[in-house]
Design a protein around this ligand. Structure first.
Ligand code: SF4
Length: 357
């Protein structure tokens, strides 16, 4: 049987039986506002009979996306306010984002850059714009790490990625190149040996950060694509977004984190949902996120524990927002100790430093 094509419209999704025909008109309005793409690899994971399927929830448009809340913003983490030249976001002193293209293999319904990515949105970096962005990196000696993001950099050809990595290899003060991607899951066949070779920049450490939100995304094809990267000496980390109805329960998060570690991918970030327009139906509260992290702390190895973080709205950067396991308590006359919570919820006193020690 021929393999399904990538679905790029509401009509494609109706034809595939993923949404009912009576929803077509409304979903066409959503698709006119926010890009749609569902690759065969992810489409095959959807159980069309399950109205709450966690894969469909991430990629199949929902009429709720047209409900915008007052607190939502078209640039929720302030990329544009921190962009000194086209394609660069310089938010933290020692690192920059380099956005090569604003297209992706799939379009996630909760994407914090949903106003920027997709066909007909922002153009990919032209040759002169890329030269200017690389010039900015060369001129700023404090830049230790370059993070390739977008859009998804790994939908670019091996030749183009090789050119960019080659240019970064020539910048002495850049020591680390980090690539954020959904491609090993969305289109694992794109992780070819030629692309993997192109990701290595001479003298630099390349890291690949995989975006994965549900354990079903880690198919054997995705595992093979990731193994190709790791076996080539490229360490992998993961980032996940906490999403209502997708992974906001302890068992799903635990299975996801264990599966990632089993693929030799260290869980790095669990993002609280950003205030992107039309995504409130997918966001949890921070209190729910903290409770989930506390549960994970009690159930899984430290290897499986990501940092729960929030990109502070307005471009102020990420901060950890996980639960605290420590609080200051009075100890002895005028002294201060700490009460620490263990992984079972028990509380223990850590004593103050002895006078004169
Ligand atoms: S792959 Fe990343 S940039 Fe692209 S739509 Fe998904 S979250 Fe947004």
């Amino acid at each position: 049987m021929p393999r399904a094509m990538t679905r790029r419209s509401a009509a494609d999704l109706v034809a595939a039986g993923l949404v009912p025909a009576e929803a077509l008109t409304e979903l066409e309005r959503v698709a006119a506002r926010y890009a749609v793409s569902l690759t065969p690899d992810l489409g095959e994971l959807i159980d069309a009979a399950d109205r709450h399927d966690p894969i469909a929830r991430q990629f199949v448009p929902d009429p709720a996306e047209l409900d915008h809340q007052a607190e939502e913003s078209i640039d929720p983490i302030g990329d544009d306010a921190n962009s000194p030249v086209e394609g660069i976001v310089h938010r933290y002193p020692d690192r920059v984002l380099l956005k090569l293209a604003y297209v992706c293999a799939v379009y996630c319904r909760f994407c914090f850059r949903r106003e920027m990515v997709g066909p007909g949105r922002r153009p990919s970096l032209s040759g002169p714009a890329l030269a200017a962005a690389l010039g900015y990196i060369r001129d700023h000696k404090e830049i230790w790490e370059v993070i390739l993001t977008g859009g998804d950099p790994l939908i670019l050809s091996a030749r183009r990625m090789g050119e960019v990595m080659g240019a970064l290899a020539l910048v002495d003060h850049v020591k680390v190149v980090r690539i954020h991607t959904r491609v090993p899951i969305a289109a694992p066949a794109l992780i070819t040996p030629a692309l993997v070779r192109a990701l290595k920049a001479f003298g630099k450490a390349t890291y690949v950060v995989l975006h994965a939100n549900h354990p079903r995304e880690l198919t054997s094809a995705a595992g093979t694509a990731c193994a190709r990267l790791v076996d080539a000496g490229i360490p992998m980390l993961s980032q996940s977004v906490l999403l209502r109805g997708v992974n906001d329960d302890p068992a799903t998060l635990e299975t996801l984190m264990r599966a990632l570690v089993g693929c030799r991918i260290k869980p790095y970030y669990l993002h609280h949902g950003d205030l992107a327009p039309g995504t409130s139906h997918l966001r949890t509260t921070i209190a729910q996120g903290q409770a989930l992290i506390r549960t994970l702390h009690g159930r899984v190895s430290g290897l499986c524990q990501p940092a729960y973080v929030l990109d502070i709205p307005g471009g102020h950067g990420k901060s950890p927002i996980g639960p605290s396991y420590i609080r200051a308590v009075p100890a002895g006359p005028g002294g201060q100790g700490f009460e620490i919570e263990d992984f079972k919820g028990g509380r223990h006193i850590y004593p103050p430093r002895a006078a004169g020690a």
